[in-house]
Unconditional design. Sequence first.
Length: 76
Amino acid sequence: MHILQIGSTGDDVIELQSTLSILKYKPGMTDGIYGVKTAFAVIQFQKDNGIVADGIVGPITWAYLQRLMATKTAFN
């Protein structure tokens, strides 16, 4: 996964937005564009999970997202 922040675009952003939506965060449209709504959703996710809330999706944030998705999928 790439490091994502405002201005990032592409498939990794689509995956991020989809994951945030599934986890009940609201990143706006799943359009592959990391904008303000996606940033706010990331910051809220980071705050909720004790991660530095900078809106940048790096290795730590990706790991938390993947772990929560794996847990959610296992129980659904």
